[in-house]
Design a protein around this ligand. Structure first.
Ligand SMILES: Cc1cc2nc3c(=O)[nH]c(=O)nc-3n(C[C@H](O)[C@H](O)[C@H](O)COP(=O)(O)O)c2cc1C
Length: 302
């Protein structure tokens, strides 16, 4: 077997395959299927300071080559995560990336401080696709200045690596990513979902209670791949690719485009073992060709 490890800033992952936030619970739910410590890492469901119930149903529906979701960021809250979930992940040796979201810089900082106080958290991923209520409600991730401010404040509040998750809806994604890099981000992850809509013809109403939802799955992959290509050519920090990764071949595509690792999201809903299968397939692909996983990174750009 060739070397599967990759370096994301100061953090070494045993392989380049993680699970994406919101698509793998808190990791423990998948215990019956496989040992999640075999993965490069897991990204937790987005954590907030207080627990949240999220939106009323319907919150998910299938669309061509993908799905729409409007979960509304339901989660147990950072405190319950630290006391009830994290100790079991730590025991199992899982590489844990804590995905967090907030509606003010101060709350992002409070989340980072709380997670920093624990052992067993390996990185913090900032979900900046949420409105900054203190500054007119514009999403952090759409504005380079606001995204840099939150990155810089979190960077100063923790010793953990800070990853910033790019919104594909930012007009100037490269501008946002470069601002985050300058503010001290250790990596960017790309991409979050794109808003979509689907209508039930019998009820003549939107299929989701929230009306719009985030589009994910294979339908998103070419868009994500294009953004990963663009960001990895402009940034010095690593880019982690997300969007429709369902098979090892999809993961290879992202690595060749310039991603240093990938996250598997929606594919977990169809097959709970999807991420492990992607990691297994990537190991077979690289081993058959006598190359290390890291040798693929940016290969299509040379
Ligand atoms: C049901 C669901 C819930 C999600 N929740 C979060 C979340 O809490 N935080 C976040 O940053 N991204 C969240 N995402 C976005 C995914 O992490 C990922 O960026 C997106 O789905 C694209 O990857 P995929 O096509 O592999 O699913 C969620 C996606 C889905 C489908």
């Amino acid at each position: 077997m060739t070397d599967q490890s990759v370096q994301i800033g100061g953090l070494t992952l045993k392989n380049p395959v993680l699970t994406a936030s919101g698509c793998f619970g808190y990791g423990l739910e998948y215990d019956d299927f496989y040992d999640v410590a075999e993965l490069g890492g897991i990204c937790t469901k987005g954590l907030s300071l207080a627990p949240r119930l999220g939106n009323p149903p319907e919150r998910i529906c299938e669309t061509p080559s993908g799905m729409l979701n409007a979960i509304g960021l339901a989660n147990v809250g950072v405190e319950a995560f630290c006391t009830e979930k994290l100790p079991r992940l730590r025991e199992r040796g899982v590489t844990v990336v804590a995905n967090v979201f907030a509606s003010s810089v101060e709350d992002f900082v409070a989340l980072a401080r709380r997670l920093d106080a624990e052992t067993g958290v390996h990185a913090i991923e900032l979900n900046v696709s949420c409105p900054n209520v203190k500054e007119g409600g514009i999403e952090f991730g759409k504005d380079p200045r606001m995204c840099a401010r939150v990155t810089e404040a979190v960077r100063a509040a923790t010793r953990l690596p800070v990853w910033v998750k790019m919104s594909p809806e930012a007009g100037d994604i490269a501008g946002v990513a470069l601002a985050c890099e300058a503010a001290g981000a250790d990596a960017v992850t790309a991409i979050n979902t794109i808003r979509g809509l689907t209508i039930d013809l019998e009820r003549r109403k939107a299929r989701l209670a929230n009306r719009t939802g985030g589009l994910s799955g294979p339908a998103l992959r070419p868009v994500a791949l294009r953004i990963v290509w663009e960001l990895s050519s402009k940034l010095r920090i690593p880019v982690i690719g997300i969007g429709g990764v369902s098979t090892a071949r999809d993961a290879v595509e992202f690595l060749l485009a310039g991603a240093s690792a990938v996250q598997v999201g929606t594919a977990n809903f169809a097959d709970p073992s999807a991420a492990r299968k992607v990691a297994d397939g990537l190991r077979e692909y690289t081993t058959a060709r006598g190359v290390a996983a890291r040798d693929l990174i940016g290969g299509a750009r040379q």
